[in-house]
Ligand binder design. Structure first.
Ligand code: MG
Length: 158
């Protein structure tokens, strides 16, 4: 049976934080605020995977009240979401992600982010879609106050 799941996440920018997207450190003057490394892109993908197998969200599985999750590398969260999916006999067909941000430009990091996600998910890079768009100056994202991500996952279940 083929299933699919969606994921959405948003994090605000903060001074003095590293910017990590898809497990890749991106040079930028600000990073994202969060209990973990605030990797908004990876969080959206993890939620999509969990959704595809009918699981609850990453906030449930990796609560931000847990000291164990403080500063956690979000690729670890993604790997655990994959393990959970595979423990149900699931196999990921593909994932697709859209980042929404006024800055920074993702183009120079596109290959690195895609490879990082593909490696963590055990997928060929062709099965990892990654696009970015701005919010055309509209609203919170348009003012450059943070970054949002949308993800979808297609999964084959027994
Ligand atoms: Mg998040």
């Amino acid at each position: 049976m083929n299933t699919s799941g969606i994921g959405y996440d948003i994090h605000r920018f903060a001074e003095g934080r590293p910017l990590v997207l898809g497990g890749v450190r991106i040079p930028h003057d600000r990073g994202l605020l969060g209990h973990s490394d605030a990797d908004v892109l990876t969080h959206a993908v993890a939620d999509a995977l969990l959704g595809a197998v009918g699981e609850r969200d990453i906030g449930h599985h990796f609560p931000d009240t847990s000291e164990a999750n403080r500063g956690i590398n979000s690729l670890e969260i993604l790997a655990r979401a994959r393990e959970l999916l595979e423990s149900r006999g699931g196999r990921i067909n593909n994932i697709d992600v859209t980042l929404i941000a006024e800055e920074p430009k993702i183009g120079p990091h596109h290959g690195a982010i895609r490879s990082s996600l593909a490696a963590t998910l055990g997928l060929p890079v062709e099965r990892v879609g990654l696009k970015a768009t701005t919010n055309e100056g509209l609203g919170t994202l348009g003012r450059g106050e943070g970054i949002a991500a949308l993800a979808i996952a297609s999964v084959e279940l027994p």
